[in-house]
Design a protein around this ligand. Structure first.
Ligand code: UDP
Length: 239
């Protein structure tokens, strides 16, 4: 039986680290192909997909500045890293026959399109996957904030954050065996308890604009498709 999707348009945030797979640095093509399959399921259900990709597998401004580099230069490098990841992801999506547009918050003529909200929405309506790269285009922000920002701008029904754990826990489940998973949280609980779900700027932005967030385990095959048809996985964060 064909199930229909609960959501019309989603914004999916993939961290750079997610693309690294088992590697220590860079991009694992196997992960890209697996993500492409997951995204194909979403498109099969008629869900429009926007993607924000991080850059932490290559460069992070904060880490570079701790090593002595100027912070703003480091953040610019981090944003450029997200464009590289976006190009790799586009390649995997197009090999799986999904037309994909990459947009960058930093103009990069001849490589990718400059971010434009209205053309992004047109592309999504046509069924293209749209990858929003270069974060917000500003230093001192993260791609989590970019995901919430773009999600709000394109009127997504949900912002999803892919992680390597099953959701948000009371403590780090990899370090603390007594950690318990939350099924549902409010933005204020995340802020008060300082749960390391997303950076606080991203949470506050989502709260201000009532954008529901869901944190889920990306290693769970088929989970995105199941989530779209009413399955309950991970942690939902709402007001
Ligand atoms: N970055 C930035 N502004 C943004 C988004 C990202 O300066 O709007 C930089 C920042 O240095 C960040 C790096 O790009 O560390 C990579 O992004 P992020 O750390 O969010 O990637 P992820 O952790 O998701 O892989």
């Amino acid at each position: 039986e064909q199930k229909s999707a609960k959501y019309k348009r989603i914004l999916l945030k993939l961290s750079g680290e997610a693309l690294m797979g088992e590697l220590d640095f860079g991009i694992d093509p196997k992960v890209l192909d697996r993500m492409a399959l997951e995204i194909a399921q979403l498109r099969g259900l008629g869900v429009q997909v926007g993607l924000v990709i991080g850059g932490g597998n290559l460069f992070r401004g904060k880490a570079l500045s701790e090593a002595g580099l100027d912070r703003v230069a480091g953040d610019h490098m981090g944003m450029l890293a997200t464009v590289m990841n976006a190009l790799a992801m586009r390649d995997a999506l197009e090999r799986s026959n999904m037309p994909t547009r990459v947009m960058s918050a930093i103009p990069m003529s001849g490589v990718v399109d400059h971010y434009d909200r209205r053309s992004a929405i047109r592309a999504l309506n046509q069924g293209d996957v749209v990858i929003f790269s270069a974060g917000t285009g500003n230093p001192f922000f993260t791609t989590d904030s970019a995901a919430c920002l773009r999600g709000i701008e394109i009127n997504a029904d949900l912002v999803l954050k892919a992680t390597n754990v099953d959701g948000v826990y009371t403590a780090d489940p990899k370090k603390d065996p007594t950690a318990e998973k939350y099924d549902l949280l409010t933005y204020s609980e995340v802020l008060e308890k300082q749960l390391g779900v997303m950076d606080l700027t991203a949470i506050v932005l989502a709260q201000d604009h009532d954008m529901p967030l869901r944190v889920y385990n990306m290693n769970d095959t088929g989970v995105l498709g199941r989530l779209m048809t009413g399955g309950d996985h991970g942690t939902l964060i709402v007001s």
